[in-house]
Design a protein around this ligand. Structure first.
Ligand code: COA
Ligand code: AMP
Length: 642
């Protein structure tokens, strides 16, 4: 089904064609929107890096581009950051000048703690302004930040500390979830205890909801350190870095428990984000842009912090949920109160609102006159939710598709270029920079409307990952070897006759739970570590709110006399303890056997179809078909499988 939003023809076909004719010219032109200390010698150098590098020879600073240049050019008194926290009742606006002062002072503190250009700094923080100051303070002095989402447990944090080897960690005493205070600092202490790498120092922001104990000789109180630096008037200047230097590392789920350290280089990222703000999101400098995600995810990096600020917008930092803080009208309140013209969130947030307030009664209390569009990403935007949002909001609802790896959207509907007609279930068309193809198993392009693996022709555009942190080989193996000449997205789908993309699901063991990307392989490793478990499989089961939730099927070792329900409860607790609450692992089911192929491969796909109540057939390679009936019965016993 198609809806048309505009009668003026979109400039997209021409812009995309221009990029195809002269990709380097296209990005050279886009790079004029960024302030360079030294312009690039080569826009694309095919001989540098794993598949080539963007803006080689160029030098710039991300913080200067996001903050200082706006202060210098008339935006000093404009709101840069609005912190809105329904979970604490706090609200605070920082102008660009105030933001610059906070960042430059914190950057001086980091320097005092020994942080230099190229050093890593890990942030384990809730959605408070200090998290944004921390990221930009690192960027200011050329340090590489790595933000770890607060919903991850100590073990996950420890893995990231070992890989990123940070000199300093920035953290806060606690985060606040709808109904509970989550003490971060004890988790941080535990993670440092577990990690073979120890940081030189931790800077801890104490929140009134929970005061953490500081470790002598290692931990410093954030406020004290910043006040001291401020009292002596110390502010760190922006340090020029190479365009190809890493701005940050962001860990994301791979197919095993070992996360991948996605590297983001500096110059290309700034260029791509700046291009996307006007052309894709259709916002103008000075307008308010709200991305309701978390700084722990790529969406938060790109569209809470860097994108809106690079563009001179006001960004909203929202510490709350779509429902329960206090009600399903929270998003409308924030849009209306801060006059956001665009909201970007995950479909799951809208499913949560729809479930609680199907008629959107809360909307009546808020004036959304200036609101222009809702952007959705992070998981498939189901047509029901898109149509509901369209009906209640009366603005374009734009699905767009991207990954932690790409840093900005691969496909979307470019509002700034004039929107294309929407087709429900499709994130529309590839953005300039991305040549997207659907391939068969042999890597041959498939005709329109045929499902296959989605791949992007190399080189990836500016903004996308140049490699994985200290792991070029893993990068090649994971993304570039399956289809030579292409980046394998590990998403499956098709392209229709009009060139619209449809993203139908992952081809690997990654599931999407409430817009959060999780590895079933990682959860299996945790389940397998329980002494009573002989073998296990974790599948993503369809869920009306979260899209998918994990379900673990476990076979116990013979001779285990304990009640299975007791062990199942332990397994739920173990995943929460080892991976974190964000895994939303609530369902472990004991079964007698797992279905396998004759070569011993567990048939997870078939079990998923049974659990989802979809039609399924017995795979020809199955060892013992009777096991599928046993699995069906076990799933039915827990209300799954229709
Ligand atoms: N720190 C500590 N714990 C966290 C956390 C954080 N930053 N974020 C989430 N958690 C916890 C939650 O409290 C919850 O714990 P519980 O099992 O004790 O209830 C668990 O992790 C799962 O969290 P979540 O998946 O967020 O579920 P929820 O029930 O709290 O909320 C939604 C459901 C749909 C409202 C929520 O997931 C949401 O707003 N999603 C939007 C997703 C999003 O922004 N994705 C980013 C990509 S665009
Ligand atoms: P993340 O790296 O957390 O951003 O997750 C990336 C994955 O989320 C993609 O590989 C897709 O599987 C899924 N995804 C993100 N956006 C969309 C979308 N608009 N439609 C379908 N799937 C999406």
């Amino acid at each position: 089904m198609t809806t048309t939003m505009t009668s003026t023809p979109s400039r997209y076909p021409q812009v995309y064609a221009d990029w195809r004719v002269d990709p380097e010219g296209f990005w050279r032109e886009a790079a004029r929107e960024i302030d360079w200390v030294k312009p690039a010698v080569k826009v694309l150098d095919a001989d540098v890096g794993v598949f080539g590098s963007w803006f080689v020879g160029g030098e710039c600073n991300a913080c200067y581009n996001a903050v200082d240049r706006h202060v210098e050019r008339g935006r000093a008194d404009q709101a840069a950051l609005i912190y809105d926290s329904p979970v604490t009742g706090a609200k605070r606006t920082y102008t660009y000048a105030e933001l610059q002062d906070e960042i430059a002072t914190l950057a001086a503190v980091l320097q005092d703690l020994g942080v230099e250009k190229g050093d890593r700094v890990v942030l384990y923080m809730p959605m408070i302004p200090q998290a944004v100051f921390g990221m930009l303070a690192c960027a200011r002095i050329g340090a590489v930040h790595s933000v770890v989402f607060g919903g991850f447990a100590a073990t996950e944090l420890a893995t990231r500390l070992e890989d990123a080897t940070p000199k300093v960690i920035l953290s806060a005493s606690c985060g606040i979830e709808t109904t509970r205070v989550v003490a971060y600092k004890p988790l941080l202490d535990e993670a440092i205890g577990l990690s073979r790498h120890k940081p030189q120092a931790c800077l801890v922001f104490q929140r009134p909801q929970y005061r953490a104990a500081l470790v002598d000789g290692r931990d410093r109180d954030w406020d004290e350190a910043v006040s001291e630096a401020r009292a002596t008037g110390r502010r760190a200047p922006c340090v020029p870095v190479a365009a190809t230097d890493p701005l940050y590392i962001l860990y994301t789920s791979g197919t095993t428990g070992r996360p991948k350290g996605v590297v983001r280089d500096t110059g290309g990222y700034l260029v791509a984000l700046k291009w996307s703000m006007g052309n894709l999101y259709g916002v103008a400098p000075g307008e308010v842009y709200w991305c309701a995600s978390d700084v722990g995810w790529v969406v938060g990096h790109s569209y809470i912090v860097y994108g809106p600020l690079l563009h001179g917008c006001t960004t909203v930092l929202y510490e709350g949920k779509p429902v329960g803080t206090p009600d399903a009208g929270a998003f409308w309140r924030v849009v209306a109160e801060h006059k956001a013209v665009v909201l970007f969130t995950a479909p799951t947030a809208f499913r949560a609102i729809k479930k609680e307030d199907p008629e959107a009664a809360h909307l009546k209390h808020h004036d959304l006159a200036g609101f222009r569009a809702l952007f959705l990403a992070g998981e498939r935007a189901d047509p029901d939710t898109v149509q509901w949002a369209e009906r209640i909001l009366g603005v374009p609802i734009i699905d767009h598709w991207w990954q932690t790896e790409t840093g900005w959207p691969i496909a979307g509907n470019p509002l700034g270029l004039g929107a294309l007609p929407i087709k429900y279930g499709s994130p529309t068309v590839p953005m300039p920079g991305y040549e997207v193809q659907v391939l068969d198993e042999a890597g041959k392009p498939l005709p329109a409307d045929t499902m296959g693996s989605i791949a992007i022709k190399l080189p990836l555009p500016p903004g996308c990952l140049p490699t994985l942190w200290h792991a070029d080989d893993r990068f090649r193996e994971a993304y570039l070897t399956t289809y030579p000449g292409y980046y394998n997205t590990s998403d499956a789908g098709f392209i229709d006759g009009d060139g619209y993309l449809y993203i139908m699901g992952r081809t690997d063991d990654i599931i999407n739970v409430a817009g959060h990307r999780l590895s079933t392989g990682g959860m299996e490793e945790v389940l397998a570590s329980h002494p009573a478990v002989a073998e296990c499989a974790v599948i993503g089961v369809r869920d009306s709110l979260k899209g998918e939730v994990p379900c673990g099927l476990v076979v116990l070792k013979s001779g285990i006399a304990r009640a299975p329900t007791e062990i199942e409860a332990e397994l739920v607790g173990l995943v929460r303890e080892k991976i974190g609450p964000v895994a939303a692992f609530k369902l472990a089911i004991t079964v007698g056997r797992l279905p396998k192929t004759r070569s011993g491969k567990i048939l997870r796909g078939t079990m998923k179809k049974i659990a989802d109540g979809d039609t399924w057939s017995v795979p020809a390679t199955i060892d013992d078909p009777a096991i599928l009936d046993e699995i069906g019965d076990a799933l039915k016993g827990r209300g799954l499988g229709g």
